[in-house]
Design a protein around this ligand. Sequence first.
Ligand SMILES: Nc1nc2c(ncn2[C@@H]2O[C@H](COP(=O)(O)OP(=O)(O)OP(=O)(O)O)[C@@H](O)[C@H]2O)c(=O)[nH]1
Ligand SMILES: [Mg+2]
Length: 212
Amino acid sequence: MAEETSLIFKRPWVFIRGVPAMKFLPPEGPPEVAFAGRSNVGKSSLINALLGQKGLARTSNTPGRTQELNYFVPDGYAGGADDLPPVALVDMPGYGYAKAPKEHVDAWTRLVFDYLRGRASLKRVFVLIDSRHGIKKNDADVMALLDKAAVSYQIVLTKTDKISALALPKLMAATQEAIRKRPAAYPEILSTSSEKGVGLAEVQAAIESFVD
Ligand SMILES: Nc1nc2c(ncn2[C@@H]2O[C@H](COP(=O)(O)OP(=O)(O)OP(=O)(O)O)[C@@H](O)[C@H]2O)c(=O)[nH]1
Ligand SMILES: [Mg+2]
């Protein structure tokens, strides 16, 4: 099936739904892979880079760009019970600082946390970590939540074009150590630059492993 599944990244993808609250989630169904991380870490940019479609997920210099759970699927599936997409990528609002009213930030942070711990179709969460900053307290809080909910997650370092070639192996080792005892953490850490197109094939391969 490897040949067939790898086709998902050769097709165009489409945005199908923005979810502002849990009650608007689609019915449980195809495997979902979610992109979590602090505001501005590069979640939406990574989705665009993986899909080779620059403006698909909206990005911004200003933290707090993505404010709903945004669903992306390969094009060509009507979405009926007998024609579901093989996988969905879910772009999420960031946690942490955002340039938006506090009550909005509180609402979408709650949404992210509720989704992460309560979604049966969620097969893997990529927890994105900015290479310049490493794991922060709110990243550790999210990982603890995922450990408790037994939801598999994998660390993806972002913006590696912003750090030196010497700093990267050190960061990898420190990150490896930080997740060593975390029960739901997938041991392999991925390192990416959406800007330079680095590490994308490895993230795609991880996603393909969940394709129906
Ligand atoms: N140098 C560099 N900049 C990047 C990279 N990925 C993203 N950025 C920049 O980081 C900023 C934030 O990117 P987004 O993709 O909008 O980040 P996000 O995590 O979706 O942010 P929110 O939706 O606000 O939580 C933008 O200015 C991007 O151009 C990268 O690999 N390298
Ligand atoms: Mg975003």
